[in-house]
Each structure stands twice: as C-alpha cells, then as structure tokens.
Design a protein around this ligand. Structure first.
Ligand code: COA
Length: 715
C-alpha cells in the first residue's frame, strides 16, 4: 500500500495528521531555486519571499552562492539549521537524490513540483514508488509530485509557482488539476474572492484531498472547503474524514470523470440501474458533501458559505422591481426544491397599506418599476422581519428612476439588522448597477447578474442545513438472528462446486441466515422428488429451473406457476427440462426449484452492486420485470447505512406512495421493509465476496414481506 493513514486508530485513540510543517513551516528550502527569471525555481523562491513569509528561507542551488539576497546552499543537508519544508523543483531524474538528501537532513515535509512521474507511464510510476518509499523511510510527508504547490494566506506562505497570490479569505481550495487551480486564482483576484489555503494535489502519491480536508476542517481561518477532484484513492477513508469534516464546515466538491464501476456490473438489475457516476453522488450525499456540477456553482456556493449565514429553513422571499424576473425567480425557487415563503398576515397588511395599489404584496413582492430606495427599504424591512421568511433575494432592474446606490445601502442596512437571514442580490444590468454591485461585493453580500445562481446558492445553504441536522450516531439497534457461519458454509459449498452464481435455493438459505423473509425454496432433481416437496410445502407451488447459467428463466420456458397438485408438479418438471434443453442445450441444470407460491403483494426490488471506491451500494424501488424501464429506484451506500438514511431512501421513490396505501389500498409493512434493507446491507458489508445481489421481486404485504427471487453472485 502506497498511502499512509492520516488518521490512525490505536485502541480508542484517534491520531489526527499534523500538516503544520507543510502549511505553517518555520523554515523553507527551495531546491532548484534559480536566479534566472522565467525558471520555475526562480518563481517559487520569489513567491515565498513576496508572500511575506516570516520563517527562514534557504535557496538550494549547486552553482550559486546567493540568490535574491539569500545565502544559497548546495544541498539541503548543507543548511546548518532545521528545515521544515522543502519545495523541490529540479528535473525528475534528480528528484530521488534530492529527496534522500532531504531525508538525511531531517526535513519534515516535501512539496515536489516536478512532473514526469506516474502520469507519464510505467517508468514514471516506478520512480514515484521509490519517491514514496524514500519519504516513508525518513518519515517525511509528501505533497505531489506534479503540483503547482501550496499556499496559505494566513501563515502567510506562497510555496508555489502560481502567478497570483490570492487575497486572504475563508475558502480552502484543493485541486487535483494544477491548471484549474492557477486559472481560478487569477480569476478570483479580479473579482475579489479570497482564500485561506490553496493546495495543488497533483499525483497524490502520499497526501491527498483526504488529509487536506481534515486539515482545513480543523483550520480556524477556513469557513468552507472546496475540492476539485478527478478520482478518490481510498473511498472508505475519504467517507470517514469527509463525514466528520462536513459536520464542522461545508465541504463542496466538483468531481470530473466517472467511476469505473457500474457499467461493468450490468448483469444484475441493480448494476444496470446504477449509472457510472452514481456511487460518487450517493457517497457524497451520505457523507454530507455538497456536490457542485459546474465550476460556477462551486464558486457561487463557496462565496455563499463564506459570506452568508445558513438559513433556518427553505422559505424564500423575493423583492423585485419588475414582474418577469420575479416570475423566473419563483419558478427557480420551486425547481430547486425550495419554498416561496407565505407571509404573515401582519406583513401583508403593512405592505398593502404602504406600497402602491398596483404593487404585488404577496411573494414575490413587486415594488414596481418606479420604486426608489425608500420603497425597496420598506418592503425589505417587512419581508426580512417576517418569521415565515428564511432568506431573501433582491432583484433590481435598472430603469430611469432606480437608485442603485441608495437601494444597496438599504440592503446592507437590512443585512446588519437581520444577520441570521441570508440576503442575496441579482442586479440585472451592467453599467447602471455596477456601483451598487461593487458595494455589495465589498461588503461581502453575494451579488449576481441573474436570479438563478442566487437561488441555487440559497439552495446549497439549505442543503447544508440538512447535513447539520443529521443526529450523532447511526440510531441503529443491533440486528438479531444473524447466522454468519451459515452463510460461510453455503459459500464454501458453492466455491467447491466451482460456481460464482448461487442457485435460488442457496440464495434463499443465505437470506434466512440474515433474517431476510423469503418464500421457501427447495431443490428437486426428479419429478417425484418435486412432487413430494410440493406436498410437504403445501399448494399452490411454483417450479423454476435451477441453473446458474440461466439468468432469465421465464425466457427459456423455465418457470411454471400456480401448480395445485402433485401430478401438475411432475408434469411441469418434465416440461421445464424439455424447454430448457431445447433453448440452451449446453446449460448445466441442477434440477428444479420448488417454491411456495405466495399471494400477490406490492412488487419491490432490493439490490446491491459493488462500487470499486465506495463498496456496496444498496438499491430500493419498484420491482418486477419493468424495473429497468420504470427506474423508480433510490440508492445508498451499505457502509454505515442508518435507519434515517433508509427512511429517506424509501421516501425518495414513487413506490413509497404505493406502500403508504394508494387509492384506498391498505398500507404495506414499511417497518419490515426498512428492517430487510438493513439486513441486506449488513449481509453485503459482512461478505465482501458478494459482488452482486438482486431480490426482485420482493412482495410487500400489510404484514411482512416475502422475497421471491434472490440472485447472488460472488467473486
Ligand atoms: N539541487 C539543487 N538545485 C539543483 C539540483 C540539485 N540537485 N540539480 C539542479 N539544480 C538546479 C539547476 O542548476 C537549475 O538552476 P539554474 O537555473 O541556476 O541552472 C535549477 O535547479 C533547475 O534545474 P533545471 O535543470 O534548469 O530544470 P528546469 O527548471 O528546466 O525544470 C522543473 C525543472 C521541475 C521545472 C521541470 O522538471 C518540471 O517538472 N516542469 C514541469 C512542472 C509542472 O508542470 N508541475 C505540475 C504543475 S500542475
């Protein structure tokens, strides 16, 4: 394993990684520092100096005695004082020697700027492995290789070759793309966004977003954490760290690229339903990460969190001086799952008494095109004070009488008076409103040109409220009636039989071991045996061909239902054998499964597909043969699945409406369903060898459930 753990558990003690020597070093060596402008080593040294770094600076260059007025050393080991951080910018072929020298000199942390490692192929990968091994040997932590560097505006230090040193701020930005990072820094300077930390993650050979999320979560200067990532190397650890971090401060992630799972797993319904990117979506949501879909959204949200309070609820008020934008904003509020606030009676009366008769006094409040600052101020004051309003969006279009500066002053006054309610603005114009917009930017009030991003940002703030709302602990009781040994024994037999797909009877046994209610199934190898089993079970029964090679049994004439006598069973046995031999002469047939025919219930699916990063994903939805067509399915990670998450999972589906009793039907046993989902999650967590599982259909009744068809594949 290349990666060291940032957080180790020793008994009950949690040791959290200390990145002080990386972002707040006492001393820095720049290896490859150069007196020549245009060289990366020149820029890095210049950046460290010009950032106002207060610690000691040691340029390292074998040919120079002094660079930029600093005594220069031929190697880090020649520096007569301790070095916390070495920033390395020498050609790839020399990096390993330099790292060894740093190790021998007792350097604590390294930033390897140099490119040409695993990103260039096998030779580079080998070099990267040696680089990590060397860091391990000397106990050094490594950022990189292939990075722009690291910036901390509060230390301050700019140990990077970025052309821009950002303003001080409260946003920590971690980026797997160096190009994206420098572009954002340049852009941020032009619009006044500030950062607490900026980290280029590069090849993530040692430290990754995981350690830096943990570090930023503990950093008092950071209010919100932003990540641009392309992959995650250690899913479970990421989830663990992100879950804790997101409860402290918002973690917003934009993830490019798609996961490698999903597509390959299309042999099960669940696998086919889980799109390639779904696992990330589910994992992020479950650990409280807010996922941004675009870079614009990422930064809009960042600014919102850095500058605005998190509202108490999702009720939005809009104050506008024109009807059209008010309607667009209203549509958007609904599209984003927010609610248009219904004003208090007193608010409506006040607005009615004081605004012109043509004004709309209900939400969205239209103060009309001729509104000057005083009318805006009055409306805003009333709306902000309304207890049914959680956040406010102010829209302004420039007409001849609009007073952008005075209106902005009124808005800023409201912000002072109602610090607990976010007030966002969309100034829909250019030059005329620029002065007002600049005032807002200076005062840290998010201001947009159009309403949609303002409302998207409020929606992000509200989503975070839900993250904070998650109770501590998982609320789960220990499950009773779990027989792990029984499952192991069945797997043992299956593997001995050289199979990966379980027979229905075996899968049903496994379900029983975990208390998953399933219709009884017995394997019979002759017509008489089938008839005898059916006699024992009680009629009616169903017969299904037992063959691991046949996934869709109905398609090959391998299923007979509603058999009421021993004679019918014998007959059906023979017919199934003939059908299957006709369709699939090569298929190995183990016999025929006799299953108790269950009364019809609401048809559901519970399934599992395994994601390469995050492990098993549990699916729940409407079942039956149209499952892939209807796609009424919700997903959750099995890992740490809580009772609360299961409840949310159920509620997300249309099936839930059916289960609660649709059009006079009796409600179904939702409690038994939630318990079964938990049991399936427990089973697949306990047995990583289960690669896929589908229970389709599960019949849900007024009392209890019954799994009718269980498919389990192991690897
Ligand atoms: N110790 C200290 N200094 C050393 C050294 C050593 N062992 N070996 C060489 N140097 C000095 C060189 O003498 C040179 O100084 P000079 O300018 O005074 O001659 C300096 O280090 C740099 O070496 P040089 O051979 O000139 O390399 P370079 O500057 O052309 O390239 C990198 C070095 C690291 C910039 C280059 O290899 C690289 O990786 N570039 C891509 C960086 C990148 O894109 N990173 C990812 C961003 S997302």
């Amino acid at each position: 394993m290349l990666r060291q753990l940032s957080t180790r558990h020793i008994g009950e003690v949690r040791i959290v990684i200390d990145l002080t020597s990386m972002s707040r070093p006492q001393s820095v060596a720049v290896v490859g520092a150069s007196p020549k402008p245009g060289k990366i080593g020149h820029t890095i040294l210049g950046n460290v100096i010009s950032s106002g770094y207060k610690g000691k600076i040691f340029p390292i260059n074998p040919k120079e005695k002094e660079i930029a007025g600093y005594k220069t050393y031929t190697a880090v080991s020649e520096v007569p004082e301790p070095v916390d951080l070495a920033v390395i910018a020498v050609p790839a072929a020399r990096v390993l020697d330099v790292v060894r020298d740093c190790g021998q000199a007792g350097v604590k942390s390294l930033v390897v700027i140099t490119a040409g490692f695993k990103e260039v192929g096998a030779q580079g990968l080998e070099m990267e492995k040696q680089l990590v091994e060397s860091c391990r040997k000397y106990g050094m932590r490594l950022l990189g290789p292939n990075v722009v560097g690291i910036i901390d505006t509060h230390t301050p230090i700019n140990a990077s070759f970025s052309a821009t040193f950002p303003q001080q701020g409260e946003i920590a930005f971690l980026s797997q793309s160096g190009a994206m990072l420098v572009a954002i820094l340049d852009w941020s300077a032009s619009i006044g966004i500030g950062f607490s930390k900026v980290v280029s993650l590069g090849n993530k050979a040692d430290l990754s977003e995981i350690e830096f999320i943990e570090d930023a979560a503990a950093d008092p200067h950071t209010k919100v954490i932003l990540c641009y990532i392309e992959d995650i190397v250690d899913g479970p650890r990421f989830l663990d760290v992100a879950s804790r971090a997101s409860r402290k401060k918002p973690v917003i992630v934009i993830k490019s690229g798609t996961s490698q799972a999903g597509a390959k797993a299309a042999s099960s319904h669940t696998g086919a339903l889980a799109g390639s990117d779904l696992a990330y979506d589910v994992a992020f949501r479950q650990c409280g990460i807010l996922r941004a879909r675009t870079m614009t959204e990422l930064f809009d949200l960042a600014v919102a969190f850095a500058k605005a309070p998190v509202p108490k609820g999702n009720r939005v008020a809009i104050v506008t001086n024109s009807g059209g934008p008010g309607i667009i904003a209203t549509d958007n509020v609904e599209a984003k799952g927010l609610q248009m606030a219904s004003f208090d009676k007193a608010t409506i009366e006040e607005l009615r008494a004081n605004l012109p008769a043509e004004a709309n006094i209900y939400n969205p409040v239209d103060v009309l095109g001729d509104a000057k600052a005083d009318r805006y101020k009055f409306a805003l004051q009333k709306v902000c004070a309304d207890p049914n309003v959680d956040s406010v969006v102010v829209l302004m279009c420039p007409v001849g009488v609009t007073e952008p500066i005075e209106t902005t002053e009124a808005l800023l006054e409201m912000r002072q008076s109602f610090p607990e309610k976010p007030i966002f603005a969309a100034y829909m114009g250019g030059e005329t409103l620029a002065g007002g917009a600049a005032m807002l930017a200076k005062a840290g009030v998010p201001c947009f040109t159009f309403p949609e991003p303002a409302i998207a940002s409020i929606s992000g703030l509200v989503r975070y409220n839900e993250v904070l709302d998650v109770p501590k602990g998982n609320g789960n009781q220990d499950l009773a009636n779990i027989d792990r040994k029984g499952v192991k024994a069945i797997f043992y037999d299956v593997i001995k039989d050289n199979r990966l797909v379980l027979l229905g009877s075996e899968a049903t046994e496994i379900a029983k071991c975990y208390g998953i209610p399933a219709a009884p199934v017995v394997l019979a190898t002759s017509p008489d045996e089938a008839a005898a089993e059916a006699d024992k079970m009680g009629y009616p029964v169903v017969l299904k061909v037992a063959s691991p090679k046949i996934l869709h049994k109905t398609d090959v004439g391998g299923v007979h239902i509603g058999l009421n006598t021993a004679e019918e069973v014998r007959h059906a046995f023979v017919e199934i054998m003939e059908n299957v031999h006709g369709y699939m002469p090569q298929a190995v047939i183990y016999g025929v499964e006799v299953q108790k025919m269950m009364p019809k219930g609401t048809e559901l699916i519970i399934g599992m597909t395994r994601d390469i990063q995050f492990g098993p994903l549990i699916a729940f939805g409407l079942g039956g043969i149209y499952v892939n067509l209807i796609k009424d399915v919700s997903f959750r990670l099995a890992r740490g699945l809580t009772a609360r998450e299961i409840e949310h999972m159920l509620r997300e589906t249309k099936a839930y409406t059916l289960l609660r009793g649709y059009r006079g039907e009796k409600p179904r046993d939702i409690e038994a369903l939630a318990d079964t989902i938990r049991r399936v999650a427990e089973l697949v967590n306990d047995f990583p060898e289960i690669s896929e599982m589908d229970i389709n259909p599960v019949f849900a009744y007024e009392n209890g459930l019954s799994a009718l068809d269980i498919k389990i594949t192991i690897s």
